[in-house]
Ligand binder design. Structure first.
Ligand code: COA
Length: 134
């Protein structure tokens, strides 16, 4: 919760985390340094796809490749399960996350207008097709 609240203007609440952690359809990974959680990635398995639900790294541990490592775990899981796509939505203003996803082979495919109800901001939908480079 500490990382979540430091990372988002509209953080998930505890109940949403618990529901996701208890959901058998979800693949959840954490990054730890000396037994301290410094980042996490939560994803939902859906038919041929994986929906990335949440990804955050503690502000003191950013720019060290932790997000790339967490995403890598989810991408490996998706490949093991023979998924075709991994997709997510990200705020248009979230340059760091959009750059991260682009470097990991995600492409912007659609925009959902006024998707975020707190600010009315648009969401960029990004997809990575598995088994393809770039
Ligand atoms: C986005 C976030 C998860 C990145 O975590 P991180 O561990 O610092 O990322 P990494 O160190 O693995 O960075 C990998 C790549 O992401 C991109 N990136 C990361 N931070 C960036 C920034 N501030 N500006 C631009 N690009 C950035 C870069 O391409 C970077 O590769 P490089 O270091 O070779 O340039 C982190 O900034 C965060 O938790 N932000 C708040 C929560 C959030 O926005 N989550 C995503 C919701 S969709």
């Amino acid at each position: 919760m500490e990382i979540e609240e430091a990372s988002f203007s509209s953080p998930w609440d505890r109940n949403t985390f618990v529901a996701t952690l208890e959901d058998d359809r979800c693949k959840n990974v954490v990054a730890c340094i000396r037994s301290k959680i410094v980042g996490y990635c939560l994803a939902l398995e859906m038919n041929t796809m994986i929906h990335l639900l949440n990804l955050a790294v503690h502000p003191d541990y950013r720019y060290k490749g932790i997000a790339v490592a967490l995403l890598g775990e989810i991408l490996s899981f998706a490949k093991e399960r023979n998924k075709v796509y991994v997709f997510l939505e990200v705020r248009k203003s979230n340059k760091a996350a959009r750059c991260l996803y682009e470097t990991q082979g995600f492409r912007h495919v659609s925009t959902w207008h006024r998707y975020y109800t707190d600010t009315g901001e648009d969401a960029d939908v990004m997809i990575k097709k598995l088994g393809q480079e770039g």
